[in-house]
Design a protein around this ligand. Sequence first.
Ligand SMILES: [Mg+2]
Length: 265
Amino acid sequence: MQPRFGTRAGTGYPLAEDEPGGRHTWASGEWALRPTLVTFDCAQTLVRVDWQPSVIAVKSASLAGIAFDRQVAAEVYDRKLRSRWPEFMQLNLQRDESVLEDFWQRLTVDWMQEAGLPISRAVQVIAHANELLFGEGSEVFTLYEDTLPCLVRLQTAGYRMAVVSNWDNSLHRTLRMFNLTGYFEQVLASLEEGVEKPHPGLFKIALERTGVRAEDTLHVGDNPLDDWQGARNAGMRALVIDRDADVQTDVRITSLLQLAEVLGV
Ligand SMILES: [Mg+2]
């Protein structure tokens, strides 16, 4: 059966009704050729992300013991962040974590001032925000159970690995918080590189920096457009991870442990 292409979010990723039901043919197709490099998307692939900046800001101020109108404060925060997003994008190009830390601190102080919150408490608010984001039991980032076992198996088997992610500079800190940094020889955050998936440019930077050919690379990500189509457009092989799906197919895995199986490790 020929898959019908082009109807899922404008991608070539096959529609559900066209997927071979439950049967996969890894050994027979392009999978017989093992990749040298495996690149991973991060958000909803390696790490579950629920990032709502104004929610974090409001919660941090509440934890700092400040009484205020949460709805108004959230609206002010969203507006301020939106208006400063171009600056945020520019600063990311500097690839300096302290520059971005300064950006968020200034944003917090200015937000508190405009929303009528006492800026004398800004230090506490910022500390609570950092804890909610990157502390133990983070409410924003959660490591999937299958991530570490998969990375360990691939690394032990000698696969080279990289991260190719639509993310800001905090990607590095997020990977550090889960002790994942050591598995990857390259970590690419789109905002630091100035190009975003599905543009093949971000994938091509990964190939340049690792010196691996596109056809020797497999990309794994949750987004059919950004990850699957983007990687294919860069000449790479690709797999979508969909942990909510029932069955594995030629183009989709439902757990990162299946990736290890596919690669024979
Ligand atoms: Mg993703």
